[in-house]
Design a protein around this ligand. Structure first.
Ligand SMILES: NC(=O)c1ccc[n+]([C@@H]2O[C@H](COP(=O)([O-])OP(=O)(O)OC[C@H]3O[C@@H](n4cnc5c(N)ncnc54)[C@H](O)[C@@H]3O)[C@@H](O)[C@H]2O)c1
Ligand SMILES: [Zn+2]
Length: 353
């Protein structure tokens, strides 16, 4: 098992390894010992696979456990589900000393984290991510949110969990496309700042995923510790996401997040070469890595379309937008660019005109 300590506004452990689900009760008991109430939150798919193991472990440790299960998918990450969850917490009489446990992908993690951050002005939240994306990205770092009809993640809070448990065995039941989505985020860590990880990714990591997952979490930890509230270097985690979000939006979300980020990363790398800030071997290397993990590399939208879609992003600040561009193999930096310059950058990145 690998352990990563995150020293943010809260200090907590992220534990990664095989066969950890049945140990969750004992682990939470070390942090906040029973008797207490726990609200176990999951989606229907994950609940049918893993809720029983988690529930049993929590009950055996001495907790009183209630369950809240909602339909899987991004469409559930909304204020209706949030209000249902708040009401269920109130109905079951959860107090300030009780705990929410998120068992699922990023959707479950984000909504549970936000409900916990706001119910009674904040109760403890423990994360058990079950997708590769949630393990390497969404469960660590304290960003929680729900979507509004106007856009994704528009309402949320920074609130760190009390602990995170990644049982890599659960990845075996992930559909291939959802696994590939997570791979895009793993690859992102390599190009944004971790050449060693890039060398590990030359071979499939499926059989020994804990090492790679723990490495990504440590990379994210370093950025979160330096810039918890996302005003500086934490934005490096957005590598590939300006173009990626535009691709997702233009496809009406038929292109998955990971596929869109893969396309966005390659656009960024090629644009960086065209602007003379990055050697040309970087996009070539990136293209090979993305192909190895069955991710797309061709952008189906024009530079103009991408720029327009990107500029409706909530992360835009004034007449400039911060882009993350690779500057070498395993190295990236923040570049504020004029919004007027965005279309020509996407064109330089190889988007059709
Ligand atoms: N908070 C953050 O920092 C952060 C970072 C990145 C992404 N996110 C958010 O994460 C969400 C995406 O997360 P996601 O990709 O995990 O999506 P998700 O939670 O929708 O999970 C994807 C699908 O996989 C299923 N699933 C989950 N675990 C499974 C398992 N072990 N076996 C079989 N099926 C399983 C789910 O039921 C779901 O249908 C988005 O809402 C995004 O905004 C948040
Ligand atoms: Zn992402």
């Amino acid at each position: 098992m690998k352990s990563i300590t995150v020293n943010a506004s809260k200090t907590y452990l992220v534990e990664v390894g095989k066969g950890l689900l049945p140990t969750v009760g004992a682990r939470i008991a070390q942090l906040l010992p029973p008797p207490r109430k726990i609200m176990l939150v999951s989606d229907d798919t994950v609940a049918s696979l893993y809720a029983k193991a988690v529930l049993t472990s929590l009950q055996e440790a001495g907790y009183t456990v209630f369950s809240f299960v909602f339909p899987h998918g991004e469409a559930s990450k909304n204020t209706d589900t949030l209000i249902d969850l708040w009401n269920t917490m109130a109905e079951k009489g959860l107090s300030r000393s009780d705990i929410a446990v998120a068992l699922g992908g990023g959707v479950v993690g984000d909504i549970t984290g936000f409900a916990a951050a706001t119910y009674l002005r904040g109760i403890a939240c423990y994360q058990i991510p079950t997708t590769l994306l949630a393990m390497v990205d969404s469960s660590v770092g304290g960003k929680t949110a729900v979507d509004l009809p106007h856009g994704k993640n528009l309402c949320g809070a920074f609130s760190q969990p009390i602990g995170v448990l990644c049982d890599t065995d659960v990845l075996k039941t992930l559909p291939d496309d959802i696994y590939a989505d997570g791979c895009a985020e793993v690859i992102k860590y390599g190009y944004l700042g971790d050449p060693t990880l890039l060398s590990w990714l030359e071979n499939s990591f499926e059989s020994d995923s804990a090492r790679v997952i723990a490495r990504c979490i440590a990379d994210k930890r370093d950025l979160v510790q330096e810039d918890e509230h996302d005003n500086g270097n934490r934005q490096l985690l957005n590598l590939g996401h300006t173009g990626g979000h535009a691709v997702e939006r233009l496809s009406n979300f038929t292109i998955s997040h990971g596929s869109a980020v893969a396309i966005g990363m390659l656009l960024a790398a090629k644009a960086a070469v065209a602007r003379g800030i990055c050697p040309p071997n970087v996009p070539l290397h990136m293209e090979q890595t993305l192909r190895r993990y069955r991710l797309p590399t061709v952008c189906p939208y024009t530079a103009e379309q991408l720029a327009e879609a990107a500029l409706s992003d909530k992360k835009r600040r004034g007449d400039r937008i911060t882009l993350i561009l690779p500057t070498d193999l395993g190295k990236s930096a923040l570049f504020p660019v004029l919004t007027n310059d965005l279309a020509s950058l996407f064109a330089a990145g190889g988007a059709p005109q």
